[in-house]
Design a protein around this ligand. Structure first.
Ligand code: AMP
Ligand code: MG
Length: 352
């Protein structure tokens, strides 16, 4: 678990405790039904100012949305994206279930803006590493030759063209895995749905992807940011109405093999887990964009992230590298609050 809600007098402590677990060790959902397991992770929904009698229906509808999107957008199951992937395995044109079109379009454009560092077309590579599976792989890492073979196929989000509900694909090696954007997208869609149900104040979180609607009474929603090397919320930020926060971390899904950490965020340039970054946190109004950007900036690493952030339209970024160095954009520096006794050493980096 990468981001956690900070308990306040009104946010229950249970919310914080359940979020301390990683998504490979899911706690049981809370008894008051404000959390449930969906998309292979713990979803937490905090409704503020909603009548007790209305809460179960709202939470049930939100749960249904997550389950439907999981079915529709899963890379390897027999849902809508699963079928798209099957059709993609031969070059040519086909009709797709329209439910996948908006997220594919958004993913194509974010992939382009990230110079391909966010590249959901590398589904085969992710499968080779075993990180597509709900069961955490144990190693050994794949053969270098097998990695190189998949890299040589150069799958890219620009290998297919969307024409209405038809997709024309020119690279049969494309396999779309939306793991780096899907939870953010789902959180965004559930927030839209909740607003139509008259919910004006809520916090919706799926693992590291959180979206705020309104506020928590007379103060903004406050979100804790986990340090990548210990489980404490070393910092926090307040989210304004309609803002989303997303964190990608090397501690989220990983295994150690022969003394080396292999995690789930793959650098599409090398075919190996991205090096040098431990975690990235991004704030943006759109939760899917925040999710994709956190992954992209993680891959970009301590040198390249300001350029990629600028290209992706992201202003508020925190990156912690594997040496523990804290790098942040000026917009993040203005918002972050450190929960530690003293402010840690920081490097503020202007975006180009
Ligand atoms: P996140 O936790 O949002 O950073 O997403 C990580 C997940 O996205 C992984 O478990 C993979 O399924 C997928 N993924 C890994 N590397 C990439 C990448 N470079 N671009 C797009 N998706 C990726
Ligand atoms: Mg992501």
């Amino acid at each position: 678990m990468r981001i956690k809600f900070i308990p306040s007098r009104l946010v229950t402590v249970g919310l914080l405790l359940t979020l301390l677990y990683g998504c490979d060790k899911l706690p049981s959902p809370r008894e008051d039904k404000e959390s449930f397991v969906a998309m292979g992770t713990l979803v937490e929904i905090d409704l503020y100012g909603v009548k007790v009698s209305e809460r179960p229906r709202i939470l049930e509808l939100a749960h249904k949305d997550f389950d439907y999107l999981d079915y529709a957008l899963h890379a390897w199951r027999a849902g809508s994206l699963g079928r798209v992937n099957q059709m993609m395995s031969a070059a040519g044109e086909f009709s797709a279930n329209p439910v996948v079109i908006p997220i594919l379009q958004q993913a194509q454009s974010l992939s382009r803006q990230s110079d391909g560092l966010f590249n959901p077309a590398i589904g085969h590579l992710i499968q080779l590493w075993g990180f597509q599976s709900e069961v955490l792989p144990k190693g050994p890492p794949p053969d270098d030759a097998a990695i190189k073979e998949l890299l040589a196929q150069q799958p890219s989000m620009q290998d297919f063209v969307i024409k209405g509900v038809r997709i024309a694909n020119s690279n049969p090696h494309v396999r779309i895995d939306l793991g780096a954007i899907g939870k953010g997208y789902a959180v965004e869609k559930v927030a839209e749905h909740l607003r139509t149900l008259g919910v004006n104040n809520a916090l919706i979180g799926a693992a590291g992807d959180i979206k705020a609607i309104g506020a928590h009474g007379d103060r903004p929603w406050k979100i804790g940011i986990q340090h990548p090397r210990n489980k404490t919320a070393f910092a926090s930020v307040e989210l304004q109405n309609n803002e989303a926060i997303s964190t990608s971390g090397d501690y989220e899904r990983f295994y150690d093999y022969a003394g080396k950490r292999y995690h789930h965020i793959i650098d599409p340039r090398s075919g190996y887990p991205a090096e040098h970054t431990a975690s990235v946190t991004v704030i943006h109004s759109n939760a899917a964009t925040a999710d994709a950007a956190a992954t992209a900036l993680f891959v970009a690493g301590p040198e390249l992230w300001p350029k990629i952030a600028k290209q992706m339209g992201i202003e508020t970024v925190l990156l912690i590298d594997t040496q523990g160095q804290i790098l942040l954009s000026p917009a993040m520096r203005d918002r972050i609050h450190f929960e530690t006794a003293s402010v840690p050493a920081l490097q503020v980096v202007k975006l180009p």
